[in-house]
Design a protein around this ligand. Structure first.
Ligand code: ACO
Length: 445
């Protein structure tokens, strides 16, 4: 099977958002902390009408109808999410409502580890198409979450949204083989042990350093393999071998630092110790296990990579700035942004590097190659900016009240949501009721 990769993409996000500048004032922090310090503009959020099931139903239904996919042509469907509302019943089985009774033979189930589940699901889907068990049909991968934090310094790094991808052979955007790298470890940077709450336990500083350490390991392995598979001299591959990058984005400032870190690794690999003396004061610059990124070095490399960041990374950050962290959906929201912002012809022949990170921790770096103009995908996503700007701004006090309501009603049975249905985008699935046996039913507007 040739050219296995992405044939279609769709993104769903809630119609309401809170403005980060207004949130700075409401939270009483210094002006610019969220907008400049974290690099976030707006944050999408859900009221009690939406949950991970409803968002996934909406994005899959939109993918099926926008690309006119017959439901019998799907042989695999899996979901990457950490928004758990049932310890047994998967989101995937809820999505079977869109296929049953015409197609009940669809492999795949949910995958969870923080923001990494979507990547594991994508790898599974591609592996399936490339395997002996492939039956000739297509796969759908869903990646998304409702990311919310308790009041405090993590709250502005929330967000919400879901991405669906159609995977199969003959794709314009192909997953490259042979270079992919993975770094996994046992850490307590972010986890959700309390099933009675939607909020994680998070050590923000530790999570950012785990993220940077993970990208460090992944990039070094990826680039070594890249050099070997292309017959290149050791240490000759650099950032310039990628045309674009998409990163998991907890907040866009961290992405800029991560990109600068890649520039720093290129510099270390180039073995120019003379230059080093002028740039940093890290004692052992080759020590990869030290996640701390000396502030001077960080500043220097953020400045040195600024132009490259603008051309290679910035086009992928639209969703992250406007929606916030979609956890499992964040990296793929980056790809949606890139494919909607850059013209299909301009992408042909280009390599897109992707970095996926899930706390706890799991991470991978892999790449996509655009082998034909992704015209259908660009067309399907062409209203992305218009949809973003047609949203409703909700003031921070009302956002806060909505979060409090979610806290009170999380995991309740015999509950009828009170959120307004006319506040949703047309065609959105919404939670109608949770009955006395916790069974959730959905309507569509
Ligand atoms: N104007 C401009 N910049 C400002 C301002 C201001 N008024 N005020 C602060 N800043 C800068 C700071 O200097 C800092 O910059 P630096 O990172 O370059 O040092 C930045 O804004 C953030 O300020 P801090 O004081 O460090 O922020 P705080 O500690 O309050 O919280 C954090 C930030 C830790 C990211 C928090 O929001 C959090 O815990 N988020 C959730 C965890 C997370 O997203 N982790 C990432 C990976 S894991 C994952 O995806 C969930």
């Amino acid at each position: 099977v040739r050219n296995v990769g992405i044939l279609g993409m769709e993104i769903y996000f809630p119609k309401q958002y809170v403005d980060q500048q207004e949130l700075e004032t409401f939270d009483g922090v210094s002006a610019g902390k969220y907008t400049i310090g974290l690099g976030q503009h707006r944050m999408a959020f859900c009221d009690d009408r939406e949950d991970i099931n409803s968002m996934s139903l909406t994005v899959v239904q939109n993918l099926l109808s926008n690309y006119q996919i017959p439901i019998t042509s799907i042989g695999r469907l899996e979901v990457g999410t950490e928004t758990i509302i049932d310890k047994s019943k998967s989101v995937k089985t809820v999505l079977m409502q869109l296929f049953s009774p015409h197609n009940n033979e669809i492999e795949g189930i949910d995958t969870t580890n923080a923001c990494y589940g979507g990547t594991s699901a994508l790898f599974n889907a591609v592996n399936w198409v490339q395997s002996e068990n492939w039956d000739g049909r297509l796969a759908i991968v869903v990646a998304g979450d409702i990311a919310i934090y308790a009041p405090g310094n993590a709250r502005p790094t929330g967000g919400a949204g879901c991405v669906a991808m159609l995977v199969g052979p003959g794709a314009p955007i192909v997953l490259e083989s042979g270079h992919r790298s993975t770094f996994m470890d046992h850490t307590w940077d972010f986890y959700k042990p309390d099933f009675g709450s939607e909020y994680p336990f998070v050590d923000g500083k530790l999570s950012a350093s785990c993220y940077l350490n993970a990208i460090d390991h992944c990039y070094r392995k990826y680039i070594d393999r890249f050099e070997k598979s292309h017959g290149m001299a050791p240490h000759s591959a650099t950032l310039s071998d990628f045309d674009y990058f998409c990163f998991h984005s907890p907040y866009t400032k961290l992405v800029q630092k991560a990109f600068a870190r890649l520039g720093f690794i290129d510099f270390l690999r180039s073995h120019q110790p003379g230059k080093w003396a002028k740039i940093g004061r890290v004692e052992d610059p080759m020590k990869v296990d030290d996640p701390s990124f000396d502030k001077d070095v960080e500043k220097t490399f953020v400045a040195m990579t600024e132009d490259l960041f603008k051309s290679k990374v910035d086009p992928s950050l639209l969703a992250a700035r406007e929606l916030g962290n979609m956890y499992a959906g964040s990296l793929y929201g980056g790809l949606v942004s890139l494919l909607s912002e850059v013209k299909p012809d301009q992408l042909v022949g280009k390599r897109i590097g992707l970095f996926s990170y899930g706390s706890g921790l799991s991470s991978s770096m892999f790449s996509l190659r655009v082998v034909a103009p992704p015209t259908d995908i660009h067309g399907a996503l062409s209203d992305f900016r218009a949809r973003l700007s047609s949203r409703t701004r909700v003031d921070p006090a009302a956002f806060d009240a909505t979060m409090q309501r979610r806290e009170r009603t999380h995991g309740k049975k015999g509950y009828a949501p009170v959120g307004k249905i006319d506040g949703l985008f047309p065609g959105t699935f919404y939670l109608e009721n949770v009955d006395e046996r916790f069974r959730r039913s959905y309507g569509r507007c």
